[in-house]
Design a protein around this ligand. Structure first.
Ligand code: CAA
Length: 282
């Protein structure tokens, strides 16, 4: 694989662009309009500048990395991509629109991947004329740092597509794990009940946010407490994942979004990206 397309340049999409470009691959980074493109470019620039400031990347390597990324408005530029990964917001109707466009513009041999964290990959694949070449590639936040990629195969995904994507993960320096198309795949299926429970515990008023997070960080050796992690993931994203898992996963109470989480999303407290979540930022 030489050329990779990334559609959607939010936190995850921009991070995924960086991961591919760091590995020497050419990337076509696509967003719907000029403002969204600039926002995506800003995330990529900030992340690579920080790596330079920390002495992890030379200025010349950063420039070479950025030189491998072409920013384009609209998917027509993806006609020669070998693999395209979609990272638009987690709405099935939106994913269907994007995949119909990708199916039209991409060459027949191209693999179409989705970074969805909880939507059914099978349904996304079924909306295309090449369901055997559609697969899940679920990265973790922050994508340039977290080494896991969940490779999600549906009942129709071709074996060679799974093998190519697994090899690509290795090339990116990531650990690929393969899972069937079930709600939450591996990590989110285990993680989100815990995160939701943490919000419920905070809501009960018996513990402060700092002590709740410290208990899991200091007591259990996790890099972040659950509330800080929710702020990193984005409370809107977390609420959507919980809602999807609740509906797809047999309406398990564990995944019924805690009322406080829904209220914070309504109030616009979305975590780090909005400047306020369970904690204030910036
Ligand atoms: N983008 C790029 N790089 C970043 C970054 C970002 N947003 N945030 C941190 N980094 C880099 C830093 O530059 C630093 O790199 P070097 O070691 O090369 O200098 C490294 O990560 C460590 O950063 P810090 O020293 O600033 O901070 P830290 O040691 O506290 O680590 C963390 C930060 C990596 C986020 C760590 O706290 C962590 O691992 N947290 C848990 C994250 C996690 O669980 N993610 C999964 C969420 S679930 C998910 O994503 C699935 C889903 O579908 C929602």
């Amino acid at each position: 694989m030489n050329t990779i397309g990334v559609v959607g340049l939010g936190t995850m999409g921009a991070g995924i662009v960086e991961v591919f470009a760091r590995s020497g691959l050419d990337v076509v980074a696509v967003e719907a309009g000029a403002a969204a493109l600039e926002r995506g470019r800003g995330i990529l620039t900030a992340s690579t500048d920080r790596a330079v400031a920390r002495g992890k990347l030379s200025a010349a390597d950063r420039d070479a990395l950025l030189g491998r990324v072409r920013f384009e408005a609209g998917p027509a530029a993806l006609h020669d991509a070998d693999l395209v990964i979609e990272a638009v917001p987690e709405r099935l109707d939106l994913k269907h629109v994007v995949f119909a466009e990708l199916d039209r513009v991409c060459k027949p041999s191209a693999i179409l991947a989705t970074n969805t964290s909880s939507l059914p990959v099978t349904e996304i694949a079924a909306g295309t004329g090449r369901p055997d070449r559609v697969i899940g590639m679920h990265f973790f936040n922050p994508a340039p740092v977290m080494r896991l990629v969940e490779v999600v195969r549906t009942v129709v995904t071709a074996d060679d597509v799974v093998a190519d994507v697994a090899a690509l993960c290795t090339r990116l320096g990531k650990r690929g794990v393969t899972i069937g198309d079930r709600a939450g795949f591996i990590a989110n299926a285990l993680l989100f009940g815990y995160l939701n429970q943490a919000v419920t515990m905070l809501e009960s008023g018996h513990v402060s946010r700092e002590d709740l997070d410290a208990a899991m960080r200091v007591g259990c050796g996790l890099p972040m407490g659950p509330l800080a992690l929710l702020d990193l993931i984005g409370l809107d994203v977390a609420a959507e994942i919980l809602d999807t898992m609740f509906r797809r996963g047999g309406r398990n109470r564990r995944h019924a979004p805690a009322p406080l989480l829904a209220q914070m999303v309504t109030a616009g407290f979305l975590g780090r990206k909005s400047g306020r979540g369970f904690y204030p930022y910036g």
